[in-house]
Design a protein around this ligand. Structure first.
Ligand SMILES: [Zn+2]
Length: 179
């Protein structure tokens, strides 16, 4: 007799399950992180960065509320990845990342920048601009670390700010130094 398993269709997969390539667990960098579940060849599309599609007004509000998971999609729409169904949100920022975010036809994917070994922590550059960058201290601890989460195009400018505190300094002191 044939039975149809209807429960499979409505099964809720915990976000911590990651996917075929991505394993979610305690990070060596910050909080929860994303790790390579197995060896991953360079250029592999590891996971889609999914979320809630929001308009620019709503996006500005959420950015002001320090939501760090928002991607630009196009002139009308952004993507807020801070949702329960987006395992990719656990992937940390790094100044020397091993993955990158790719925009493709209005969707965002996290791709491997090089061959990755099973168990490596996955990272990408969040691509933040310099506005309020002092609010986002980087803890990636790579030799290339500039101390703050900014897009690579801003590294030189951040490095040459002589008044900047050391990366380990607390944000409070950073603001005082700039004031
Ligand atoms: Zn860093």
């Amino acid at each position: 007799m044939e039975t149809i398993n209807t429960s499979a269709a409505i099964e809720i997969i915990p976000v911590e399950s990651g996917n075929e390539f991505l394993e979610v667990r305690q990070s060596a960098i910050h909080g929860t992180g994303g790790y390579a579940r197995k060896d991953i060849p360079s250029s592999t599309r590891i996971i889609e960065y999914v979320g809630e599609r929001i308009d620019k007004i709503e996006s500005a509000k959420r950015c002001e509320a320090e939501n760090a998971y928002i991607f630009t999609i196009d002139d009308d729409c952004d993507l807020d990845g801070n949702v329960a169904w987006n395992p990719a949100k656990f992937i940390n920022h790094s100044c020397a990342p091993n993955c990158e975010a790719e925009w493709d036809e209005g969707r965002i994917y996290i791709n491997a920048l090089r061959d990755l070994k099973q168990g490596e922590e996955l990272t990408f550059n969040y691509g933040f601009d310099l506005e309020d960058y002092l609010d986002n201290v980087c803890q990636c601890r790579t030799p290339a670390c500039v101390g703050f989460m900014v897009a690579a195009e801003h590294f030189e400018q951040v490095r040459t700010q002589s008044t900047l505190p050391k990366p380990s300094s607390k944000l409070v002191s950073a603001e005082k130094l700039i004031a």
